[in-house]
Design a protein. Sequence first.
Length: 109
Amino acid sequence: MRVVIGTLAALAGGLLGSAARGGVDIAHARLAGEPEPAVVNVTVSPVAAVAGSLVGLVLGVRAAFWAGAVLGAAGSGRIDRLVLGRFGIDVDELVGRATVSQADTAADC
């Protein structure tokens, strides 16, 4: 049970870290006078979840959450691309499909 709760906490932490990273990227673009990114990618990292749950086994659920948050903010999406690519999953194609789907939904409104 502790592994499941630790994994969920690490997933939530990774989501928070990824959102914080996106916010920092937007703030950096505003301060530098550059155009803001059109799309901010906030993801849940499976690598951060596994690493966070392993930390959670030893140090507890709070540590799992913060380990996931740190890994999400550090950009564990790069490692996710490598790991998912090994299994034949093209992350760029998935993001492209989601972006097109979101644009279609927004046009319908």
